[in-house]
Write a protein that binds this ligand. Structure first.
Ligand code: NAD
Ligand code: UDP
Length: 339
């Protein structure tokens, strides 16, 4: 069993991953500045598992915080979630995105080097693929120039980490390219709790269903897809969390830098998501058709064969599970962790 430093571990994907790490018998140290999360998620992770983790309120851009974390705890590997993730905001305040996501990742790897820790799992995104690629997207396809600054930071960090692993063979790095994480832990005790108006489809749907928002705007119904609405590869956050454990195992026995897609391989349209949500949960979601959102592609879904064969990972949950679990979380926590 290993001692894992989880940056951004109080957030949506991080908290689910901490839970799976603890369940698997690992020790967990979370470093998070709580800029987009609350310590309540970690309290609940500990309640659910009956195990404790260490929490450091700190910033990945601060070498002091990082050095202290490595000096106090004998860390074997790092899972790096910390960063900013709102696409629209990244267009308005690009320097913050460059600072947290790029400079923060550089600070983190420098601190890892000082501490002699060379195993890293990085949260990347399907957004790094060139938009001209036709789905299913596989890891051999070219990356492109993401249309927004958030995606750009993911691409840059991927490239930096690839170059780092080539230059210094001590490094062992996994780049996990997430497709569309949704859902929540079965208990409904932890889940996605976006601040302000949600950018992503799933939290918007659940907030309409719970009465916090009037109606969902579906961005475009004239794409070349099954029903004209955008098609994405939704992946249950617990399946995604488990992919990190598989990647850790893989990286503890390998060197170099390698990318894996983490998606189910199934594409679902926005209307399919809305209709299935209503059917599975017996609750209505008011909606309107709105203009296309700038920067969106019609279709994006994964070829996940590399993760299945090399990491021994599979996605266990169906779309119905994802939608039931998202609703279970939102229903129990209508205003998120503030409830
Ligand atoms: P989140 O905002 O819930 O979690 C990120 C966490 O990082 C938060 O707890 C926040 O407080 C913390 N944080 C931010 N800046 C920090 C800093 N400088 N120092 C320390 N902590 C900091 O987001 P999430 O959805 O859990 O995403 C986790 C990672 O996965 C992010 O890197 C995100 O870009 C990536 N990702 C997310 C999605 C998605 O749709 N959710 C898709 C692809 C990739
Ligand atoms: N979407 C939508 N209304 C919303 C949010 C998203 O119709 O309020 C659509 C969006 O156009 C895309 C899909 O839902 O086709 C997934 O969008 P999301 O922002 O969740 O993820 P993305 O794939 O863009 O990262």
């Amino acid at each position: 069993m290993a001692n894992i430093l989880v940056t951004g571990g109080a957030g949506y994907i991080g908290s689910h991953t901490c839970l799976e790490l603890l369940e698997a018998g690992h020790d967990v140290v979370v470093l998070d500045n709580l800029s987009n999360s609350s310590e309540e998620s970690l309290k609940r992770v500990q309640e659910l598992t009956g195990k404790s983790l260490k929490f450091i309120q700190g910033d990945i851009r601060d070498p002091h915080d990082l050095d202290q974390a490595f000096a106090t705890h004998k860390i074997d590997a790092v899972i790096h979630f910390a960063g900013l993730k709102a696409v629209g905001e990244s267009q308005k305040i690009p320097l913050s995105y460059f600072d947290h996501n790029i400079a923060g990742s550089i600070q983190l790897t420098q601190a890892m080097e000082r501490a002699g820790v060379f195993n890293l799992v990085f949260s990347s995104s399907a957004t790094v693929y060139d938009e001209a690629n036709i789905s299913p997207l596989d890891e051999t396809m070219p990356t492109g120039m993401p249309s927004n600054n958030y995606g750009y930071t993911k691409l840059i960090v991927e490239q930096l980490l690839q170059k780092l692993a080539i230059a210094d063979p001590r490094w062992s790095i996994a780049l996990l390219r997430y497709f569309n994480p949704v859902g929540a832990h079965k208990s409904g005790r932890i889940g996605e709790d976006p601040q302000g108006i949600p950018n992503n489809l799933m939290p918007y749907v659940t907030q309409v269903a719970v009465g916090r928002r009037e109606k969902l705007s579906i961005y475009g119904d004239d794409y070349d897809t099954i029903d004209g609405t955008g098609v994405r590869d939704y992946i249950h956050v617990v399946d995604l969390a488990n992919a990190h454990l598989c990647a850790l195992n893989n990286r503890l026995n390998a060197k170099g830098c390698r990318a894996w897609n983490i998606g189910t391989g199934n594409g679902c349209s926005v209307l399919e998501v809305k209709n299935t949500f209503e059917k599975v949960n017996g609750v209505a979601v008011a909606y309107e058709i709105a203009p296309r959102r700038s920067g969106d592609v019609a279709t994006s879904f994964a070829n996940n064969a590399r993760a299945v064969t090399e990491l021994g990972w599979t996605a266990k949950y169906t779309l119905e599970d994802m939608l039931a679990d998202s609703w279970n979380w939102q229903k129990q926590n209508p205003t998120g962790y503030q409830s």
